[in-house]
Design a protein around this ligand. Structure first.
Ligand SMILES: [Zn+2]
Length: 147
């Protein structure tokens, strides 16, 4: 899992925040002040080894972008995925999985092409988009997932 290095806005201490904890109102390790993640949030990068336990543990709905670094349409929606990670912070956990390094999870969910977006609620798939969706369609799916 990726983590973010964030400077505390009040004491300037650098904090390391795991990607999967961005939505849990992280506090500065030194001064204890809450760090506002809204402009900083980034997709959670998951791997085969942690995928199932992460999906089972998260209480918010989760969207996972199954992508490959060499795929053109995957690259074209990457900025949109990064943007919605900020926009939906606290409502939907936005995650991504590189299928070229993590074939086990892709096989488990029978991913046949990338990008594939899977929407999870309580650990179960409730929606799926194959291919790169327009922003409006993606937002619609996320709104209904979190509603
Ligand atoms: Zn601080």
């Amino acid at each position: 899992m990726n983590s973010l290095i964030v400077s505390c806005p009040s004491c300037k201490t650098k904090n390391k925040i795991p990607g999967g904890k961005q939505h849990l109102f992280p506090k500065c390790g030194k001064c204890g002040r809450q760090i506002d993640m809204r402009s900083l949030a980034t997709p959670v990068e998951l791997t085969d080894t942690e995928f199932q336990s992460f999906i089972a543990r998260v209480t918010l709905p989760v969207m996972v972008d199954f992508y490959s670094p060499t795929c053109g349409p995957c690259k074209s929606i990457a900025p949109l995925i990064s943007k919605i990670a900020k926009d939906y912070l606290g409502r939907v956990v936005i995650a991504k999985l590189d299928t070229s390094c993590n074939p086990g999870t892709a096989m488990h969910y029978q991913i046949r092409g990338v990008p594939s977006l899977l929407f999870f609620k309580n650990g179960k798939i409730v929606d799926q988009i194959v291919g790169a969706p327009p922003e409006s369609q993606l937002r619609q799916s996320l709104d209904s997932l979190s509603g």
